[in-house]
Design a protein around this ligand. Sequence first.
Ligand code: GRG
Length: 299
Amino acid sequence: MAFEMALIRRAAAVEVLLRRLLDDRALSGEITRPDRLMAAMRHGVLNGGKRLRPFLVMESAALFSADGEAALRVAAALECVHCYSLIHDDLPAMDDDDLRRGLPTVHKAFDEATAILAGDALLTLAFDIIADEATALPAERRATLVLALARAAGGGGMVGGQKLDLEAEQAPPDEAGIIRLQAMKTGALIRFACEAGALVAGAPAEDRERLAEFGSAIGLAFQLADDLLDLTADASQMGKATGKDAAAGKATLVALHGANWARSQLHGLVDQAHELLAPYGEQAALLKEAATFVATRNN
Ligand code: GRG
C-alpha cells in the first residue's frame, strides 16, 4: 500500500515537470517548437503511464539522500526515453499497434511521420534535460548521467535489444540469446533507473554497482512478468494488445519453459533483488516493494 501511494505521488511530481518540459515555448538556443510536433510529444508522454522508471530513479536517489529536484529531472529525462521507445515500437514498421496506455498510439492520433519525429525529439530532449544547468549537479556528474543513459538506450542497449528482437522473428535465439536481448531491450533502462539514483548522489562505486545489479534483477523480472501477462491478460487490462507473442510464435522464456517455471523464477528474482538491498535496511523498504510489484503486477 505504501508503495502504491508513493508510486502515485512520484508519478504526479514527474508529470508536472514533464508538462513543463513539453511546453510550446522554445528554449534558448531553439528556434521554434512546432505545435503539432509538441502536441504529438505530449500525447506520447502525458497519457497515464505507471512512471515506474521515474519512481526507481527518485527512490534510489532518496536512498543516498540525493538532491530530490535533480533526481526528478533525471527521472523525467528517462521517462522521455521510455516514451520515445514506446512511440517507435508501436509504429507499423515495428509492432504496428493501435492502442497504448488505453489511448490511440501516436501514429494513429497524428500520423506516422509525426510519430517518428515526436520520438526523435523526445530522445534528444532527454539529454537536454540532464545536461541543462537546471539539473543542479556538478557538471561531471551530469556528464556521467548522460553517458550512462546513452549507453543504456543506444545500439548496445535498448535499441540494440529491439534490433535483436526483430531478428529473433527470423532466427529464434537460444535461452542465453533471449536473456541477453531482454536485458538490452527492457532491462537496460530499468538498470539505468536504479543506478541513476546513486549517480545523482555521487555515491561510491560499490553502491552504484549494487543498485545497478538490483536494476538488472528487476529488469529481468519485469520482462518475465510482461511475457506472462501477454499470455494471460486481456487488452482492456493492459491498455494495449495482448497475445501477440504467442500468436507470432515468439521465443520468450515463458514459451520455452512454461508459466509455472516463470512464476518460480520471478520468486527467485525478487528474493535476489531484496537481498541486494539488505545493506540499506528500512531505508530501502519502498524499493523492495517495487521489486515485488514488478514481478506481480497485473498491467
Ligand atoms: C523502438 C527504439 C525502440 C525500442 C523499443 C521498450 C521497447 C523497445 C519496446 C516496448 C515493447 C514492449 C511492450 C516491451 C515490454 C516491456 C515494456 C517496455 C512495457 C511497457 O513498459 P511499462 O509497463 O509501461 O512500464 P507504462 O505504460 O506504464 O510506462
